[in-house]
Write a protein that binds this ligand. Structure first.
Ligand SMILES: *Cc1c(COP(=O)(O)O)cnc(C)c1O
Ligand code: SF4
Length: 391
């Protein structure tokens, strides 16, 4: 489906392209009500009920750009399922949690999650351009948690300044690119004045969900603060449209290394062929697949969750079968605050006395023999056999 399909939608057919392609117009015209949504897609009863529900609802917001990519007739469309609420969101599983990653209890100051020794997660805003139905942070996203208050950000920056082990700051939210260029510039400037902060990353979905946010003026801010890395968030090859190719091209041309995090979701991207296609599309626009996340047990998302084995099967079909750069790390974020735990298919068939029996991507067995260096001065670190799972 071409991205210019918005012309087929009566409410937008006369919007001048210069307006359509602006962040401001897209944000002002976001779809937030059932009446607006009805003008874009043929709603199923489940979608209709979920959108009109009065209480306990996770906010809906869909930029026209994203809405125009949704299949109006097919409720299983991966673009549509990521944005449009369904009744399943109100079905609670016993595994569901409000704050699965225990972020709130790892916040030394509001909006700053300090889980790892040398890096922090800095939440600077609660707003996103598009609200993903599976959002891990739905407890705060779209609310008035107050992360974007200048006093709040300053307190978090004071904390970073006082903790000299922090060398890496991941700016997230919400979506940090919903801040104005000026506000983003301010945050980046404050961080760049802290000598022990070696680099920053911006976690954002805007270049994917509302690519017109990437402008020359934004790129100028990012260039000024090099090195800035970006973690984007792509879930399906249909998201790689011409405007997205352009937004990522502009960021890469500005010297911003781009990575992508993907949430594994049932019926959206749980087939190896879809993931492979997505990662190939990403390499073409200079985005390196970084993580595949097992879907977190966030309240109201059980309909998206796959078995963990699905993620392992996807990695198995990628590693060795395609470009290594197209193979991200599959992680489970340990519920309760364990952090990201990588999972891999098992390539170790046996290990005994320095002899490793390994299998390759095609299932063939190979033996690697370690040097036996037990003499004095040996610097070899031997693997604890307990790390090796032998089947
Ligand atoms: C994901 C995450 C990070 C960054 O982890 P990397 O593996 O370095 O990308 C840092 N802090 C928190 C709390 C996180 O969830
Ligand atoms: S862009 Fe990220 S923070 Fe915002 S709703 Fe989607 S997953 Fe949540």
């Amino acid at each position: 489906m071409s991205w210019e399909t918005f012309r087929r939608i009566p409410i937008w057919k006369d919007v001048p392209l210069e307006q359509w392609e602006t962040y401001r117009w897209q944000m002002t015209n976001r779809i937030q009500t059932v009446e607006q949504l009805r003008q874009v897609i043929r709603l199923t009863p489940s979608e209709e009920h979920a959108v009109t529900r009065k209480s306990g609802r996770f906010i809906m917001g869909i930029p026209p750009y994203w809405a125009a990519l949704m299949d109006p007739e097919d409720p299983t469309c991966p673009i549509r399922r990521q944005a449009v609420p369904v009744e399943d969101e109100y079905r609670l599983s016993p595994n569901d949690m409000i704050d699965p990653l225990a972020e709130d209890s790892h916040m030394p100051v509001p909006g700053l999650v300090h889980r790892y020794p040398d890096r922090v997660l800095l939440l600077v805003v609660e707003v996103c351009s598009m609200y993903c139905r599976f959002c891990t942070r739905s407890r705060v996203v779209g609310t008035s948690a107050g992360f974007s208050r200048p006093a709040n950000i300053d307190q978090a920056i004071d904390y970073i300044r006082a903790h000299r082990k922090i060398r890496d700051v991941l700016i997230s939210g919400g979506d940090p690119l919903t801040l104005s260029d000026e506000r983003l510039d301010e945050v980046l400037t404050k961080l760049s004045m802290i000598p022990h902060v070696e680099f920053v990353r911006i976690g954002t979905r805007n270049p994917v969900t509302l690519p017109y946010r990437v402008t020359e003026s934004l790129c100028a801010v990012l260039k000024k603060h090099k090195p800035v890395w970006m973690s984007l968030h792509f879930n399906h090859p249909k998201e790689v449209t011409p405007p997205v190719q352009r937004s990522c091209g502009m960021l890469a041309d500005s010297g911003v290394p781009l990575g992508s995090q993907t949430v594994l979701m049932k019926g959206i991207n749980d087939r190896p062929a879809i993931m492979k296609k997505l990662f190939h599309e990403l390499l073409k626009i200079r985005v390196r697949p970084y993580y595949i996340y097992q879907c977190d047990p966030v309240k109201g998302t059980s309909h998206f969750r796959t078995p963990v084995a699905t993620g392992l099967a996807i990695i198995e079909k990628l590693r060795g079968h395609t470009t290594g750069y197209a193979v991200p790390t599959f992680v489970v974020d340990g519920p309760g605050g364990g952090g990201k735990i990588p999972l891999m298919p098992n390539y170790v068939v046996a290990y005994k006395d320095g002899v490793w029996t390994l299998r390759n991507f095609a299932g063939k067995l190979f033996t690697y023999k370690e040097e036996q260096t037990n003499g004095a001065g040996s610097r070899t670190v031997s693997v604890e056999p307990s790390y090796v799972l032998i089947q």
